[in-house]
Design a protein around this ligand. Structure first.
Ligand SMILES: [Zn+2]
Length: 186
């Protein structure tokens, strides 16, 4: 009984450190800022990530059937090609690149370790992997890369809990405001 207990603790530590390897670089670079980001709460309301789109235009397409027996693990926000996409939270750019069905994707780790997944981009924002972004920063532009090549241009936006489980973004965006376009006023 005692033996099993002492074995369990190192195993837990190994598993924890394995799951954190992707974030290690950011953890070193941002230190306390990264630690406080992980301890923040995931906001209950998120702004709409696509310029010119308001909440009433959103369709809750979470869970819809997709080809190959897949279920839709996010929501699709329709917009013209090259419409700016803004990060809904502050966080750290974890992935920026081609990722299978998603085409050109950006993933940002935000408050509480929740991952925000932006897919089918036409073009990326200026950030590099490991960079810190503020909420509202342009991280890409709407397109139809990946398996959206035969679909109208849209942003596929997904949220993944720290456990890796996808959660429905729609309840977070339903009451969300669009980002004010500050550049237009300058
Ligand atoms: Zn989608």
């Amino acid at each position: 009984m005692v033996g099993r207990r002492t074995l369990g603790i190192p195993l837990l530590l190994v598993l924890t450190s394995l799951s954190l390897t992707g974030c290690r670089e950011a953890a070193v670079r941002y230190n306390t800022r990264y630690m406080s980001l992980m301890q923040e709460r995931m906001p209950r309301v998120l702004p709409i990530p696509v310029d010119g789109v308001v909440a009433v235009q959103l369709e809750n397409s979470w869970g819809q059937y997709r080809e190959g027996g897949r279920r839709h693990k996010g929501i699709d926000i329709l917009a013209p090609r090259n419409t700016p996409i803004r990060s809904v939270t502050e966080g750290i750019v974890e992935i920026k690149g081609m990722r299978g069905l998603g085409g050109q994707v950006v993933t940002i780790t935000g408050p509480g370790g929740y991952r925000h997944y932006y897919a089918h981009l036409e073009e990326y924002g200026p950030q590099a992997i490991g960079d810190w972004v503020e909420a509202g920063e342009i991280i890409g532009y709407v397109g139809n890369s990946g398996n959206a090549a035969v679909s109208p241009t849209h942003l596929h936006y997904g949220i993944y809990a720290p456990s890796g489980v996808a959660i429905n973004p729609y309840p977070y965006l339903r009451h969300g405001e669009p980002f004010a376009i500050q550049t237009a006023a300058k």
